[in-house]
Structures are given as structure tokens and as C-alpha cells.
Design a protein around this ligand. Structure first.
Ligand SMILES: [Zn+2]
Length: 266
């Protein structure tokens, strides 16, 4: 049998915090970490690549952890870099194991053998997917069905173009929660939120939403925050507060609508 990629001393690829949190929200952070398993070295990259948004979503885990505390919601996150495997992509996606990320080249991902590719999937993606699926299943029978909320960050300047908005509210074909959030963002102090920004479903970024929420009929949303706003603790606290209030008011409105609909049907 081939040697494992992850050494036991490196821990599990997936972490769950606040597993018994009382909120219906399940927070997910696929791009939480810039850690590369020792067995892969630095994937042949330059040090600046491993510190950049190419390797991870800067500030996203810290915001997700604060949100988890504010909402009393469980948080599932990946403990290794998206350069090893991007857990917001299915195994068949060409960029699941990226050879290039914006201007950053990843030599260690070039010409991977089928076995090496399989190992990344089996040791990084599958445990993450399974842990999240199990958590969603365990909560699916509760009175308030789970709501999947994924937390990401984007870089202000991308391919030389400056992005001026603070927040993107992203959705695939189930737009209930995104619509409710966008309708209430300004009143919650977020006047710079934009729908499907700076990416959208056409860019393949809604894999987690489709796999874990849409397939089960659960409300869901993906939140993208500009990373220069959450690079320090003050910014992380501020944006976690804004988002907690926005999510709570948006979810309250969905609950009211759901009740109204079921009364009409009855
Ligand atoms: Zn991300």
C-alpha cells in the first residue's frame, strides 16, 4: 500500500468546532488554512505564494470562528491549503488541485499521477466532505432544518484590477437566503454588498452549496469578504458582528415566510 501523504502528527484534515451549537446555521470554511503537508514540501512554490490568497482565504477562519461564537453555530473547516486540494471543488474539476492560481505557479501540482491525485482526494477532500455531510445529516431531523453558510475572503487587487466592494453574497439556484440578506444588508450597516461578487456560480464556486445544501433542499449562502477588511482582530470582530446580525434578521424573515406558506397550504 502506498505511504500516506498526511503524517499522523499533522492531525486530521477536517476540524469541527462548536459541534453542539444551538443555531440552525452550519458554518463552513473550505479555504481556512495555508498549511501544506510536510510530505509535499512547499509544492515548489515561492514563500510569498504560501502567504498569499492563492494558498488560503486570509482572515476567513477568524471571522468564521467569531461568527460561530456569536451565533452559537457549529463550524467545519479544512486544515490544509487549497493548493493541496480545494475543498470547494468536486474531484472532477480541473482546478480542484490547481497548477496555477492568479499569478502564482504551483509546480508541485503539475503532471500529477492518477495515484497522487487520488491521494489528495482521499486524504483531504473526502474526510472533509464526509464530516460535513454527517453533521448536516445529524441535524436534518431537528425542528429547524440546517442552513449552510460558507465563509470566504477575496483579494482587493486581482490581475491588476481593483475590486471596490466589501462583501459578496453568492448563491446558486436556491437564492432564498441570499435574497433575504441582500434586501437587509444596508439596514445592517453593510452598504457595499453585491450579488454573486466577485465570482458567481458560473465560476464553479458553489460546489459546497450544491453538494450539501441544494441537494437536500436546505437554505444556503456563500459569503465573500474583501480580505483587507479582516486582516486584523478589530476588522474580524467588526465584520463577524455585521454578518451575525444580517444572517439572523435574514433567517428570521425566511422562517416567517416558511410558516406563512405552510399555513396557506394547510
Ligand atoms: Zn474561498
Amino acid at each position: 500500500m502506498a505511504r500516506a501523504m498526511l503524517d499522523p502528527s499533522e492531525g486530521q484534515p477536517v476540524a469541527i468546532e462548536r459541534q453542539d451549537g444551538r443555531s440552525p446555521v452550519i458554518l463552513v470554511c473550505e479555504h481556512a488554512s495555508k498549511t501544506i503537508p510536510q510530505a509535499l514540501g512547499a509544492l515548489g512554490t515561492r514563500p510569498e505564494t504560501l502567504d498569499s490568497h492563492a494558498a488560503w482565504d486570509i482572515g476567513a477562519l477568524a471571522v468564521a470562528q467569531r461568527l460561530s461564537a456569536l451565533l452559537d453555530a457549529p463550524l467545519v473547516f479544512q486544515r490544509f491549503s487549497r493548493l493541496v486540494y480545494d475543498c470547494n471543488r468536486p474531484p472532477e474539476a480541473p482546478d480542484a488541485i490547481p497548477e496555477m492560481s492568479e499569478v502564482h505557479v504551483v509546480p508541485g501540482n503539475r503532471d500529477l499521477s492518477a495515484a497522487a491525485r487520488r491521494q489528495r482526494i482521499d486524504e483531504v477532500y473526502e474526510p472533509f466532505r464526509a464530516a460535513l455531510a454527517a453533521l448536516v445529516s445529524a441535524r436534518a431531523t431537528q425542528a429547524r432544518p440546517p442552513v449552510i453558510v460558507t465563509i470566504h475572503s477575496f483579494t482587493r487587487i486581482y490581475f491588476g484590477i481593483t475590486r471596490h466592494r466589501a462583501i459578496g453574497i453568492l448563491h446558486d439556484r436556491d437564492r432564498r437566503l441570499a435574497d433575504a440578506m441582500l434586501a437587509r444588508a444596508e439596514a445592517q450597516g453593510i452598504d457595499t454588498a453585491l450579488r454573486n461578487y466577485p465570482y458567481g456560480p458560473e465560476d464553479g464556486v458553489t460546489h459546497t452549496l450544491k453538494e450539501h445544501a441544494i441537494a437536500r433542499g436546505l437554505a444556503n449562502v456563500m459569503i465573500e469578504i474583501c480580505n483587507d477588511l479582516i486582516s486584523d482582530e478589530a476588522g474580524q470582530q467588526r465584520w463577524a458582528g455585521h454578518l451575525a446580525r444580517l444572517l439572523e434578521t435574514a433567517l428570521d424573515s425566511l422562517t416567517v415566510e416558511t410558516h406563512a406558506t405552510s399555513r396557506q397550504k394547510a
